[in-house]
Design a protein around this ligand. Sequence first.
Ligand code: GTP
Ligand SMILES: Nc1ccn([C@@H]2O[C@H](COP(=O)(O)O)[C@@H](O)[C@H]2O)c(=O)n1
Length: 228
Amino acid sequence: MMAKLFRAVIMGPPGSGKGTISERIAQRFGLKHLSSGDFLRENIAANTEAGVLAKTYIERGLMVPDHVMTRLLLPRLEEMTCHSWLMDGFPCTLAQAKALNSTCDLDLVISLNIPYETLKDRLSDRWIHPASGRVYNMGFNPPRVQGRDDLSGEPLIQHDDDQPEALVARLRHYKDVAKPVIDLYKSKGILHMFSGTETDRIWPYINSLLSTKIPSRPETDTQHIPLP
Ligand SMILES: Nc1nc2c(ncn2[C@@H]2O[C@H](COP(=O)(O)OP(=O)(O)OP(=O)(O)O)[C@@H](O)[C@H]2O)c(=O)[nH]1
Ligand SMILES: Nc1ccn([C@@H]2O[C@H](COP(=O)(O)O)[C@@H](O)[C@H]2O)c(=O)n1
């Protein structure tokens, strides 16, 4: 008999660790990590109609409009009929959440609640490999060679909108748009909120919660993998 598919979303302000935690969840539980940022970058690189449009917003540090995000992401999710997945970065508005609702039933939503000072420190120290979206932090997970991506060896960059001046506006915007989404998932009884300043301290709670809902991958039960 086929195992029941599991569909989850991870939400949180910029720098809250969605990408970092999603990678751990994907590794431990075998869910496919779907990142809206990665879909956007792929579409921009491929010069699709949606990608060209999205680029004009991202370059100005703006959120991509709902109709572009849904047009881009929902068909991809509809294709994933045989996979369990974890979506990172979508939905981030109520309109996006309603559109997602009409496509699939979510099993669980993780919401990360991280203090502003922590986000500011993390993001001002975040380095990105633009082509892949791989992220580093000089203290938490530094690249093997300073300023260079571990896999490609290409240079890392910092985003202007990760600097404190831009971050205040991004966080205010996140709070405004995320509140109704969080309220929606709360009312459905699928929201789980995690607060803290360190990913390594939050992770065991997320791991325990997911362990009650999805079996961890057999190989990760028997092998030592470098997760706290
Ligand atoms: N110091 C420190 N840095 C962390 C921790 N967890 C994640 N980071 C770093 O913080 C930065 C933000 O983490 P991400 O996983 O990119 O956060 P995100 O929520 O996906 O961010 P967006 O893509 O902007 O929405 C990265 O540079 C991470 O390496 C932590 O516990 N401590
Ligand atoms: N729902 C979303 C998700 C992302 N964006 C834009 O993409 C940029 C990169 O996303 P990351 O998750 O990789 O940081 C982000 O800064 C937004 O401009 C969006 O508009 N809507």
